[in-house]
Write a protein that binds this ligand. Structure first.
Ligand code: UDX
Length: 442
């Protein structure tokens, strides 16, 4: 099939490269000419394992190309829209770019072509696109919804071996087209109407975010009653009805999807006069969770204006250089506004990515970033951070105090290196004491 992908962000680029690898002829379009120039040279603008080699392979095989505009003579069978849907101030998704693209496609697509939405769009968008196309006299174009569930850091495997495919279609023929587009994939397919497909995307992300906020609330209670949230997660997760994933307590979720999609779904519900109380609480808990280190620092130091804090990790999670909605930036900004000196270390995020944030000093050497610090906060659980030489860290810091915002360090090893460590959802001192007791008894 001939496929046009509009937007070469995470979703668009990975989708385009993978569809080319299925044997389709793919053209990816983006207004950002610098990005397109790099892509045409086989350079991948995002940090994603395995993507660049596959991109180069598809370029060489002439199945994939990049352009800065949709060609007037495009003869694609299906155009996939993967442009941004940024949140407006009220949390609702801004669809301006989506409709700009639809308008252009309405003028350029051949008779009987399909349009598929890949961007996460409010429920009802496929229908609105159809109405818009009808107003342009393009009743012949069919609109389908194909939501995307890829995670950053494992985007390729999520696209090449997805857990499921969701096809939101208006009729049987559209379903056949989507089956043809995804032919090599042998995975469960949920064929449904378009509003259902759009809702599956939001509901999935909202549910995962709910699991995270739930375990973070449990963690906060665990701390107060002397329980260990990690064992609680383990004990809960073994129940197959609950499942073990997304039960890691800590600083909460960030990234380009969960924060945006949870707020958008609260809005979608509000638009139909439904108060989505549970999801509002999920958002609020996440917000509180990410500022928890500030509360703890104040408990330790009172006034923060004389302290130096090092944030370890800037990316919103390991395996990506994406800093969108990263807790590190918010924590850093709040610390700075309270007068603290803040330094960052991240193995892949560069200082250029943070140019707009004047206060930020990102260092590529963790030990330099930690020099003379009064406290360190683990924000992102990169292996490069977990595996630091903590004895060496202890030698460069002014005070040996670590807030393990992802519960990834070995409290015993840190204690041995002379650190005080604060976790989220358990007290290492209690655990160490009980481990010692049982060792003595044994
Ligand atoms: C997510 C969804 O998983 C994906 O299906 C969707 O298409 C896009 O949004 P992504 O944002 O790449 O993917 O990251 P994910 O790995 O899901 O993690 C999201 C956030 O949750 C991260 O900030 C992570 O640190 C946090 N998280 C995850 C927790 O705090 N605890 C957990 O147990 C799991």
């Amino acid at each position: 099939m001939k496929v046009l992908v509009v937007g070469t962000g995470y979703v668009g680029l990975v989708t385009g490269v993978c569809l080319a690898s299925f044997g389709h002829d793919v053209v990816c379009v983006d207004q950002d000419w610098q990005k397109i120039a790099r892509l045409n040279m086989g350079e991948c603008p995002i940090y994603e394992d395995g993507l660049e080699p596959l991109l180069r392979e598809q370029l060489l095989a002439n199945r994939l190309s990049f352009d800065t505009a949709i060609s007037d003579s495009t003869d694609c069978d299906i155009a996939l829209i993967a442009v941004g849907t940024p949140p407006r101030n009220d949390g609702s998704a801004d669809l301006a770019s989506v409709f700009e693209v639809v308008s252009e496609l309405g003028h350029k697509l051949k008779q009987g072509a399909f349009i598929g939405t890949k961007s996460t769009v409010p429920v009802g968008t496929a229908h609105s696109i159809e109405t818009f196309l009808e107003s342009m006299g393009r009743q012949d174009i069919r609109v389908v919804s194909i939501p995307e569930f890829l995670r950053e850091g494992s985007a390729l495997s999520d696209t090449l071996q997805p857990s499921r495919l969701i096809f939101g279609v208006p009729d049987e023929e559209s379903l056949r087209v989507l089956e043809e587009l995804h032919r090599p994939l042998e995975v469960p397919v949920v064929a449904c109407n378009r509003a259902t497909a759009e809702m599956i995307k939001y509901a999935s992300n909202a549910f995962l975010a709910t699991k995270i906020s739930f375990i973070n609330e449990i963690a906060n209670i665990c701390e107060r009653v002397g329980a260990d949230v990690q064992q609680v997660s383990q004990g809960m997760g073994l129940d197959p009805r609950i499942g073990s994933s997304f039960l890691r307590a800590g600083l909460g979720y960030g990234g380009s999807c969960f924060p945006k999609d949870t707020r958008a779904l609260v809005n979608i519900a509000g638009d139909v006069a439904y108060d989505f109380k549970l999801l509002k609480a999920v958002v609020e808990v996440n917000q509180r969770q990410r500022t928890e280190p500030i509360r703890r620092l104040r408990q330790w130091f009172g006034d923060l204006s004389h302290i130096r804090v090092t944030l370890l990790g800037v990316a919103f999670k390991p395996g990506t250089n994406d800093i969108r909605e990263s807790p590190a930036l918010e924590i850093g900004e709040r610390l700075r506004s309270q007068g603290a000196q803040v330094q960052f270390y991240d193995p892949v995020v560069t200082r250029f990515q943070l140019q707009s944030q004047e206060f930020v000093r990102v260092l590529d050497d963790p030990y330099m970033a930690l020099e003379h610090a009064d406290a360190a906060i683990i924000v992102t659980e990169w292996p490069e951070i977990v595996d630091l030489d903590w004895a060496r860290v202890g030698a460069v810091m002014r005070r040996r105090l670590v807030f393990d915002g992802r519960n990834v360090l070995d409290p015993a090893a840190l204690e041995e290196a002379g650190f005080l460590i604060e976790n989220f959802g358990f007290h290492p001192a209690l655990l160490l004491a009980s481990a010692r007791d049982s060792a003595v008894q044994a």
